[in-house]
Design a protein around this ligand. Sequence first.
Ligand code: SF4
Length: 331
Amino acid sequence: MNRSYFDEEEAFLEAVEQRYRLKQADEWIFQKYLYDFLKMTNLPLPLRERLAGGWDIIPLKVADRQRSGDGSTAKTLYETADGLFVESVLMGYEDRKTLCVSTQVGCRNKCRFCATGTRGLTRDLTAGEIMGQILNDSPLTNIVFMGMGEPLDNLSQLIKALRLLNHPDKMNFGARRITISTVGIPDGIRALADENRQYGLSWSLHAPTDDLRSTLIPVNRRYPINEVMAAMKEYGRRTGGSLTLEYILLKGVNDAPELARATASLARMLNAKVNLIPYNAHPYADYERPGTEAVQAFSGILQAEGLVATVRESKGNDIDAACGQLAGRHH
Ligand code: SF4
């Protein structure tokens, strides 16, 4: 099995002997998006050959790539070196290219509406595997950690990848163009605040009361709303990163007007915007999508309370790349 460039930096330094070789390789990777050691022409040929034979910059194989009918979304299925599968979704907007990245194979959290939760956690992805998804579709304008898995359950590798992305000597990708989506893990949110970068933080709220939220998101019993609110507030105050509440609308479950008002009050306390996502049916759960009127009524209540509320239609429905539909999609 080849070694992974981003996961084994010390061993790589030993292999190339001089530190500036690492810098040269980084320049090819982050400035020219070139991932083949053989083509790194400022490295000596014998070294290039040795690296090409033993090291992977992207430690993933593309197993499948599907485009949506309108061409705006592409889902890539990757196979890891140990034979597991993860997905990323590339969404092209007019002036933006956003990649939705996975951080785990599976997830332990078992949210009721989520395809990933049905399978449990197989393992965390390494920082190299997270970077691999990103590099394969680079250059990008935005990155969202909203694919398979809970990013804050894989904190060490998430933070390692974030530092590779954001560091001026590495990818130099602006923190404000990166969003981390979490189910709400207070210690993880605080650890992310310790990074002191303006990463966007998106909390999958989906219900504004503990009773209802615990039925949808079992981890709410461990981390109830008020504890996550405190951590989110602290994150916003310490980093200045923007805060968002994600809310999947499920017909007859969490779309009542009083829940919109309760959501508005939480959003106001955090100074967060709200993303409403009408549910996409998939075979893993039997919820239904609310009608257009119910969606408009819910967003109308939030807007009337002075909040920024957008209804986000998931892209890529026809290739199962929309929210909650991937074998591995987060929220
Ligand atoms: S919604 Fe996110 S945290 Fe919940 S089971 Fe799915 S991947 Fe895990």
